[in-house]
Design a protein around this ligand. Structure first.
Ligand SMILES: Nc1ncnc2c1ncn2[C@@H]1O[C@H](COP(=O)(O)OP(=O)(O)OP(=O)(O)O)[C@@H](O)[C@H]1O
Ligand SMILES: [Mg+2]
Length: 506
């Protein structure tokens, strides 16, 4: 049977103020295939999807869907046609129940216009069971993890019998098991003939699940490739126009033998969250925190930074005990913390790039010492350059930047405070390979200048590339500490899985 092309986008163009976000882009999708859409931050991936789903109106181009030319005018119109999206930001209603979320906008009625609650709850349960998810669908959505929430979003798409399912960075906040589960579902959907568009910055994942890969760069199509015909290295070259070895030529910090202790954490803990974590961090040293989501990595960082208050234990800075009861205390101790959930804890979409970057520097200077617009602009321009933030200028609203570039703005905000201790929680999530290397390089440069860095990441290769030491968290405890230089990914995985280093007795 010949391949059935269910979607053909031809010559798509769209101009935003100051950026040609898409320039004559072609894209097509075959029934039953997973087609990855790849490219650097700001390449135009989300915009292409938004043209297809009627969020943006394209300036030129044609969309042929199921043999007919269409002009989607709204996301709802696209959904009605069978084109369903799970967005980068989850677009469900947190306070509705799981079942309501699956059926919102199309609740089945019984006689006399009464909603058939029992019916929808049963149907929602059944639907999720198909994906091997056994949960109470009458609980509000925000009771569940992001992974489950995403599955709910997909279940909704399946139930409306979508022909095309679009996943825009669905795995960026999932742990490994959740990713596996998502992929199992995707494989099922593929078999049923659904066409799936998968946007991701995890290239390994793109290779595992995709049949084809399309690469965009600066709003232009670079090409489409069969996954089986292209290597990862070649793919990176296509995405950023440079070799992987070249961009990842990094050297971990050199910590002087007589380096002083920057941070000394002893038996820090909160009964329900983290048990007795102890470690030291030297001036200019970089330690990596590895472990699964929920293993206590973020919770430890939050205690150190005063986001949550430790119930016991001590924190010493330069060998002096300090009390940190709030982030402001931590900021006054020259600490900076770039949180994991930047959507929730950081981005102010309606403010400009300049204002977002200057925010913490300004608050540290106090209200009686305001930064002039010129100072703010200089600071912003410096970091736009340094991090390669793709924006026409510093006055653009952050909400209008691509997802990855929004993250870079938050990173810039904290780097700009010139801290002594910088805590980065998953700083490279959602960030493209080139920028990832850039951020790693910047961390290492800061270490060379005497900054100490705590680097939390789920990507073991990047931890091993940069860290002097690796602390492995497991079940809310520190399970081990490994040297960065001589350890391998398997060594870390072993501690994550077993709680002990290879060869050690449990
Ligand atoms: N609503 C908007 N208004 C103005 N410019 C926009 C808007 N949405 C996106 N852009 C710009 O269009 C370009 C493409 O952005 P897009 O979000 O498609 O990138 P992306 O490939 O999805 O990147 P990421 O990997 O960071 O999510 C960027 O330069 C972005 O700043
Ligand atoms: Mg995007």
């Amino acid at each position: 049977m010949p391949d059935k092309r269910i979607l053909e986008m031809k010559g798509i163009e769209i101009q935003f103020p100051g950026v040609k976000a898409l320039d004559k882009v072609d894209f097509d999708l075959i029934a039953g295939e997973v087609h990855a859409l790849l490219g650097e931050n700001g390449a135009g991936k989300s915009t292409l999807i938004k043209c297809l789903t009627g969020v943006h109106h394209m300036d030129a181009g044609k969309i042929i869907y199921d043999g007919k030319e269409i002009t989607p005018t709204s996301p709802q119109a696209a959904i009605n046609m069978g084109i369903s999206t799970v967005f980068q930001e989850i677009n469900l209603c947190q306070n509705l129940t799981v079942a309501e979320n699956i059926f919102v906008g199309r609740l089945p009625m019984k006689r006399r216009h009464r909603i058939d609650w029992k019916g929808i709850n049963n149907r929602a349960s059944e639907l999720l069971k198909r994906f091997n998810i056994h949960i109470d669908v009458t609980r509000p959505l925000d009771y569940f993890s992001t992974g489950i929430q995403q599955m709910v979003s997909i279940a909704r798409a399946v139930d409306i019998k979508a022909k095309i399912l679009i996943l825009d960075e669905p795995t960026s906040s999932l742990d490994e098991n959740e990713v596996e589960r998502l992929f199992d579902v995707v494989r099922e959907l593929k078999k049923s003939g659904m066409g799936i568009i998968f946007i991701t910055h995890f290239l390994d994942q793109a290779f595992v699940i995709s049949d084809r890969l399309t690469v965009l760069r600066n709003g232009r199509l670079v090409g489409d490739f069969y996954a089986r015909n292209i290597s990862k290295i070649e793919l990176v070259r296509q995405m950023i126009g440079k070799d992987m070895e070249q961009i990842f030529a990094l050297k971990r910090p050199t910590v002087a033998a007589d380096a002083t202790n920057m941070l000394d954490v002893e038996s820090l803990g909160i009964a329900s969250k983290v048990a007795d974590v102890s470690f030291t961090l030297k001036t200019g040293e970089l330690i990596g925190f590895a472990g699964l989501l929920g293993s206590g990595r973020t919770e430890t960082a939050e205690m150190i930074f005063g986001v949550t208050r430790a119930e016991h234990g001590t924190i010493k800075i330069h060998d002096r005990e300090v009390r940190i009861h709030s982030p402001l205390d931590a900021i006054n101790q020259q600490m900076a913390f770039c949180p994991e959930d930047r959507k929730r804890d950081g981005i102010i979409g309606d403010l400009s790039v300049r204002e977002n970057i200057s925010l913490v520097v300004q608050s540290r200077r106090g209200i009686f010492n305001p930064m002039s617009i010129k100072e703010q602009a200089e600071l912003a321009d410096q970091y736009i350059q340094l991090l390669g933030i793709a924006t026409p200028d510093a006055e653009k609203k952050v909400g209008e930047l691509s997802g990855g570039n929004q993250q870079k703005v938050i990173l810039a905000r904290w780097m700009a405070t010139q801290p002594d201790l910088l805590i980065l929680d998953e700083p490279t999530r959602g960030i493209d390979v080139g920028a990832k290397a850039e951020i790693q390089r910047l961390m290492l440069k800061m270490c060379a200048e005497g900054v100490s860095v705590i680097f939390i990441s789920s990507e073991l290769d990047e931890i091993l590339r940069c860290a002097n030491r690796v602390i492995v968290m497991r079940d809310r405890c520190k399970a081990g500490e490994l040297p960065g230089e001589s350890s391998r990914q398997e060594d870390i995985l072993h501690v994550i899985a077993e709680g002990t280093a290879t060869g050690e007795e449990a």
